[in-house]
Design a binder for this molecule. Structure first.
Ligand SMILES: [Zn+2]
Length: 281
């Protein structure tokens, strides 16, 4: 199946994927009683699991070829059946090579967003995308070095994020940072302290790469449902509430990392309930 692609003005976004990740409901949403999912079961797998796509959005803007987020990374050598590790195959299917990418932008530094940043070859770290600089939040950069957070929140940062600095490849972003003339970061903290969504504005059209503001479509309406992955639950709720209101009001096209592939949709409302409407492509 060809990869799904949309345009926001002159910006082209292609949805690539590193694969999928699945969790037991009570594991991922430990504070949400099981019966609260009644009425939402269609958004779970048959086994009542939450399933995440691991979208990595390929964006062309201003002559740049950009990857937003890099998935979970290579399949573990001892587990060749893992359902992820597909990003480079998806890139090849687009007729692209890793050295065609000149910017890697990370919405945040959790392990399922940084996996393909680097590879360990002949005793040293080398960038998977050798012609790219790696853009990330300065706040998350600090957080992923916090001894209290590394093991529980940023377990692969020592291999997948930290070495970028020594290689001279990091660009730290704060606030509303211009990535290109059409792409600007929008701080959306809570899930991680420096979490960033990416606003796209071109030819009078607007889009937003959401990052992890939503993990399941249910949260478009149930904005208070936080998961164990949300580092600051209260800030996550505040950010999600205001962003969902804004996206509903503005009718912005959204590219969502973990919602069902390809992850393009809008936030709409019917009968008093907000919901996710996937784009028909
Ligand atoms: Zn994630």
């Amino acid at each position: 199946m060809p990869a799904a692609k949309i345009n926001i003005g002159n910006v082209e976004i292609t949805s690539l994927s590193d694969g999928i990740l699945e969790f037991d409901l009570c594991n991922f949403f430990p504070e949400i009683p099981a019966e609260s999912w009644d009425g939402y079961r269609q958004h779970l797998t048959e086994e009542q699991h939450v399933r995440f796509n691991l979208a990595c959005f390929l964006i062309r803007s201003d002559g740049h070829t950009i990857i937003v987020d890099t998935g979970l990374g290579p399949k573990p050598a001892d587990a060749p059946e893992t359902p992820w590790g597909e990003l480079l195959n998806d890139l090849t299917a687009q007729g692209l090579r890793p050295d065609d990418i000149d910017m890697v932008v990370l919405t945040h530094l959790h392990r399922d967003h940084v996996g393909w940043n680097l590879q360990f070859q002949n005793g040293k770290y080398v960038p998977t995308f050798p012609n790219a600089r790696y853009y990330m939040s300065g706040i998350d950069w600090e957080a992923c070095h916090d001894p209290e957070l590394i093991e529980s929140r940023f377990p692969n940062a020592p291999e997948c994020v930290w070495p970028l600095e020594e290689l001279g490849l990091t660009v730290l972003m704060d606030g509303e940072f211009s990535i290109t003339s059409e792409l600007t970061t929008l701080p959306t903290p809570g899930h991680t302290p420096g979490h960033m969504s990416i606003m796209i504005s071109s030819q009078g059209q607007r889009g937003l790469v959401l990052g992890d503001v939503l993990h399941n479509v249910v949260q478009a309406h149930e904005t208070d449902w936080v998961s164990r992955a949300d580092i600051d639950p209260e800030q996550t709720r505040i950010t999600r509430r205001s962003l969902m209101e804004q996206l509903e009001r503005d009718g912005t096209t959204v590219a969502a990392v973990h919602l069902p592939a390809p992850g393009f949709g809008k936030i709409l409302r019917a009968e008093g309930r907000r919901y996710w409407q996937a784009l028909e492509l």
